[in-house]
Design a protein around this ligand. Sequence first.
Ligand code: ATP
Length: 458
Amino acid sequence: MTSKKGKILAVDDNADILFALKMLLKPHCELIQTEINPERIPQHMAEDDYDVILLDMNFNKDAISGHEGFSWLKRILEIDPGAVVLFITAYGDVEKSVKAIKSGATDFIIKPWQNEKLLGTIWSAIKLRESRKEVSSLRERQKEINTIMDQPFADFIGVSPGMQQVFNTIKKVAGTDANVLILGENGTGKELVARALHRQSKRADEPFISVDLGALSDTLFESELFGHVKGAFTDAKSDRPGRFELAAGGTIFLDEIGNLSLPLQAKLLTVLERREVTRVGANKPIPINIRLICATNMGIKQMAVEGGFRQDLLYRINTVEVDLPPLRERHEDFPLLADHFIKIYNKKYNRKISRPSQQVLRKLTDYPWPGNVREFQHVIERTIIMSESDTLTVDDFQLSHHSGAKDGVELENYNLDEVEKMIIEKVLKNNRGNISKAASDLGLTRTSLYRRMEKHGL
Ligand SMILES: Nc1ncnc2c1ncn2[C@@H]1O[C@H](COP(=O)(O)OP(=O)(O)OP(=O)(O)O)[C@@H](O)[C@H]1O
């Protein structure tokens, strides 16, 4: 051992052994606590955080069964399941070593020991303890991050029959490991559904990893999803796990799955069938333990009929389907959603805006909301920022600029693709090329807008 490292608790009913251990370990370890009476192990563990516990296997003189040692090992692991225990015995044999390791001991030291070998074993045990601690602190951090990240998703609002049906399906399937496909227009709350499914599942304490497939180029797809090893390609400076590995034990949410090209659909299907991934540049497959949730705003079933989406992949991802209705079909939800977002933005902007009047609600329900709840949320935020009074009036809501003609977009034909291109061009121009603002006006995410701009060559 190079520097003084690790806190060691040595428990043995032979004072000579304890003395020898103390002499040997003192120069190398941060602390060496010796104890002749195993009954005091819990007390020591409560008083200090030991990295390694050296435990005699036989406490009664002449005993060779090791029973007592095993029962103390059990007790130690009950107190701290991450404890690193090394058994010491003069009667070491293969059978007992195997049993000790199976019961949770880390290693086995046979008396009389060779000093160098003993120090080597303790050094490895300290390293193991360090990595166990690191893993458990990462897990705790992940839990904490999950809770914080879920905060904005805690309020999932809906009283309309369509939303009640969505909530019912979530309740029924959350606890199963069934693959779920969420369908719905942009901004209808597909990610909220995915998070709710994860939060109500047995995997809730494990990671929720979201991947926007629409934002991944074909070249990045494999390394992002499956990971890569160092040197696999020019930019691969070190080994890196992919999203499937990061989601281990938890849920992976593949958003915009309808945007996946046919060759990538084939790659994804292979991974889902084999339930293993191979990092780019590696040849050893890694098993994956994930719950799969996918979402799309595209007519994926029609795509499958027309050959744009693989039927076999569709069958694999849509064990259960959740259909999110567009906001314009959920009139019952408007008052609640309006209250909800007014509350949020009152707090954010330190305002006291009151609940909307019936006239305001009527205006809101009359508008078609192409960007659904995301657009609704932005409109409420913008209106609260701009409003000078605490009572919102019909005139405070600027909704008309979305309906093309009034905004100067002349429709020469009704080809949806061309209309979409025209509207995007117009909104980009209105916002002087500011993507964030344009995306907000269109009720899209920046990524969705980028994708559409790419599609239309803008
Ligand atoms: N029922 C709802 N209650 C409260 N907030 C909602 C609801 N539905 C959507 N939202 C809010 O609207 C925004 C968009 O939701 P989300 O990202 O889940 O939609 P999406 O369907 O996944 O969108 P996209 O298709 O663009 O990826 C989020 O800020 C979300 O919190």
